[in-house]
Design a protein around this ligand. Sequence first.
Ligand SMILES: Cc1cc2nc3c(=O)[nH]c(=O)nc-3n(C[C@H](O)[C@H](O)[C@H](O)COP(=O)(O)O)c2cc1C
Length: 251
Amino acid sequence: MEHCALDGFYSPAQRSRFWDAVNKRRSVRSYRNGPDVAQLSALNFAAVRLCLPGVRIEMGEMDPELLFRHLPIVGGISGTDRFAAIIADESVPRAALHAGISGEAFILEATSLGLGTCWVASFRRKELMLPLKEQEKALAITPIGISNEVNAGRKRKKLTEICVGDPAAWPLWAYHAAECVRQAPSAVNMQPWKLSYAGHTLMLLKGGMSASPLDMGIALLHMSLGLGETPHQIHWGEGKEIASLITEDEA
Ligand SMILES: Cc1cc2nc3c(=O)[nH]c(=O)nc-3n(C[C@H](O)[C@H](O)[C@H](O)COP(=O)(O)O)c2cc1C
């Protein structure tokens, strides 16, 4: 089983901050303002610290009208010219999954600083004024700023719809991990994941054709955060099986 780079990568203090932010984070598309100087410097520091191998997060400034598309139903992004780009080096194994993990860690860090964000994969790539190396691709960007939105409710599938079997019969740690995955953001809110539990092991599986590496990386970070302080190991899987989370704790 191949060791997953997420395993032990974030400190207990970082994990606890991310976990607190999971329930506060929502996609924000309308902003009152950009981040202040203190928030910007904390984010610049986070962008360097939080990246797994093959990923870098670059902050920039840009007219949101040029960079972001207007999408049906959700509309466009307005009110801040600050953004961060989540960039993967495609020559590094599993860089796109690492980008989902690192990008979500960055977004949760921004949430804990009181900032709004929104994963955006549909944007005008030629307008992104950031130098990229030949093998690099900007997989997603996020606007960053002070939210101008009322915190609306969150539409999610029922836990039983994303679990194989009955999660109420699972140990508490596995139930909490599944619940934390349920809160994760995904492209077009497809929630394209499944969780399956058997003997100390919780497995994250692709739940459909729409499951992108970014979606699955985000879900994997949430799955690990849901365990809180319960010690666990994470191993990569193959094919539809993205990763397994293994613990000795049956509590
Ligand atoms: C990988 C990914 C790509 C996304 N791309 C876009 C996008 O291009 N435009 C957009 O407005 N929202 C985008 N979103 C935001 C989702 O629509 C949003 O996360 C989902 O509807 C759940 O809502 P929540 O984030 O408020 O929990 C994306 C989310 C993810 C995870």
